[in-house]
Design a protein around this ligand. Structure first.
Ligand code: 9Z3
Length: 343
């Protein structure tokens, strides 16, 4: 049986060293210009803005990439949540893995609900000369609902979509977007649902061409991706309300790892989810009010959120996750108002 092994002493990049040595993606400048314009417009219109990250990052093994490692995520959590944030009045920057699920079009995913299956020729016409295509009656109600919201969001200009593929694209984009969003102060929310690789191969160590077989087993030593939440919280967006996700497959690790992340980075919420239970159960872990440096386990509180899919199979847990966060974000904005009134 194959096993994985980890050795001590592999390089851990600080965020500073990472950005000094790894090149930015070619589309970065163009994306930043779009984000700038979007943020300015939302500022003028007084909207809260949420950055939703979604989908998995890849780690290429070659410069001319043939092989890569991938992180698990279809983009369901992110794309579904983005719709509920839009419904709650937020403007959404949706930063997702290319070809993963997106808000609205997710309802017509080619693998679970292919759109060709619900279109038909007009029965009154000869198909070979058809000039009209009709939607099957069973699909109309949902399509009208999705299309109406989609068109309204387009008209309002409240959804900006950005794309990443590699973990390098993701890190550069996250830094740039968060720096632009910091202008929004406490009105910005970060919802970091993307599944981000913990390990990567620095460009300087990558083979230029396709790794050749025929020389026995392949050994690759990867370096650790910098812990990006640290500069995000402490430098790039000091006032943003930051929610990260923690994915585990061992349920016993969920709460300790979530607490550890909060203690390390000092952000607002970690949402823990077990891989196999994530569609109906998550746990919100957050600091109790007034956690200081050197926090212990008693300084955090957990609240579980569960839905009953047997009772209501159409229910999406993201609806309740987003409702809870919208409430917490508002309280947090109001708490800052109270603090500044007191000083
Ligand atoms: C999550 O835990 C997401 O909820 C899922 C969503 C990836 C499980 P799907 O897109 O899945 O609905 O198929 N995302 C965060 C995963 C992650 O990489 N977290 C890092 C970690 O656990 C911290 S930021 O260490």
């Amino acid at each position: 049986m194959a096993t994985s092994s980890q050795s001590e002493g592999g390089a851990t990049f600080s965020a500073e060293r990472y950005f000094a040595t790894q090149p930015p993606p070619a589309s970065l400048e163009h994306d930043v210009a779009r984000v700038k314009e979007f943020v300015q417009r939302q500022l003028k219109e007084g909207r809260k803005v949420v950055l939703v990250t979604s989908g998995g990052t890849t780690v290429p093994l070659e410069l001319n990439v043939v092989r890569f490692l991938d992180n698990f995520s279809a983009g369901t959590r992110g794309s579904t949540s983005a719709e509920y944030f839009l419904k709650a009045g937020y403007a959404v920057i949706f930063m997702h893995r290319q070809f993963s699920l997106q808000p609205f079009s997710r309802h017509y995913s080619h693998s679970t609900h292919p759109f060709l299956d619900f279109l038909d020729f007009d029965p009154s016409e000869d198909p070979s000369e058809a000039s009209h295509i009709v939607v099957r009656p069973s699909e109309r109600t949902q399509l009208v609902e999705v299309l109406t919201t989609y068109k309204a969001v387009q008209r309002a200009g409240t959804l900006l979509t950005l794309t990443f593929v590699t973990v390098n694209d993701y890190l550069w984009l996250l830094r740039a977007v968060s720096q632009e969003m910091s202008l929004l102060g406490r009105s910005c929310l970060y919802y970091l649902a993307a599944a981000v690789s913990d390990f990567f191969l620095p460009r300087q160590k990558m083979s230029e061409h396709k790794i050749q077989s025929g020389k026995g087993s392949l050994h690759i030593e990867m370096d650790q991706v910098p812990k990006i939440l640290k500069p995000l919280v402490q430098e790039w967006t000091r006032e943003g309300y930051i929610v990260s996700f923690k994915l585990e497959t061992d349920p016993d690790l969920l709460i300790p790892k979530a607490r550890q992340a909060l203690a390390r980075y000092g952000h607002q919420v970690v949402i823990g989810n077990d891989l196999h239970r994530r569609k109906f159960e998550v746990v919100f872990v957050s600091p109790k009010p007034k956690v200081s440096a050197g926090a212990s386990a008693e300084d955090y509180e957990e609240s579980w959120l569960r839905i009953d899919l047997a009772q209501n199979p159409q229910k999406e847990i993201e609806e309740d996750i987003v409702a809870e966060l919208v409430k917490r974000h508002q309280q947090w904005i109001e708490a800052a108002g109270t603090q500044s009134a007191l000083t």
